[in-house]
Design a protein around this ligand. Sequence first.
Ligand code: BEZ
Ligand code: FE
Length: 289
Amino acid sequence: MRNVTKDNITDVFKSYMSDETAPRMREVLGSLVQHLHDFARETNLTHDEWRAGIAFLEACGAIESEDRHEFVLVSDVLGLSSLVDMLHSRDDATSSSVLGPFHVSGAPPLPVGGDMKRDFGGPVLLAEGVIRDTDGTPIPHAEIDVWQTAPNGLYASQDDAQDTFSFHGLMTVGEDGRYAFTTVKPVEYTVPSDGPVGDILRACGRHPWRPSHLHYIVKAPGYRSLVTEVFPDDDPYLDQDTVFGVRDDLVMNYVEKPASDFPDGMVLSGKLTEPFLSVEFDVTLAKEE
Ligand code: BEZ
Ligand code: FE
């Protein structure tokens, strides 16, 4: 096309794709460019604003590393990560939620009834539940990868004072599909805001806080793996999670119970003197299609 105009440039872009372009690439890239061009036309984007956008992407690239995934964080705070999750969540299974950048794979095995708290202070939280199929049948031998912040609000990968797998555990449930472990109640914390993502949050008058949560990845052969989180229903940030990860079915009541109600068969059984918190969270997995 010799006469490219502001009105025909989107169609011209699409016409430049060849017959060899894979159909899905044509659909996704064509739509992305359509929306990008419409965005520039609708906002009458100026050169200064375009330059600021490029500078923002460059600043993300400059701090991107194995330990700092600023582009993923951009997607998180813009709600794109959660939207993609929800587009592919099944209505009959437990909702998925954001993975976040702090999961360390290869956690040591945590037996059913095990303890992730170790010597850390704070009230004991007993988390338990059953992994089920969509028809309610327990799924034997499902695997749960659990991780959370320490009481100082930091994940192991952010904190030199913690060992690599601090507050990480990999549990394989028994025949009854039941999991149980003790930990400390995670605290609310802030996503990293010392980079370009922090600039976006400040520009929008937004805070960087996430409500307290436990992260789970639940897997079982023949089922869709689920990345999810559990939130306490009294957290002040539930209605304003900066990465849009809260779903109704993931908000649970953490009940305070006297030490005498602590169940048998746990690593901490018989060792508690103070009241503890208890949360029941069952997980439903959908079969692989
Ligand atoms: C997290 O929950 O660990 C997290 C999720 C998204 C962005 C940053 C942190
Ligand atoms: Fe987290």
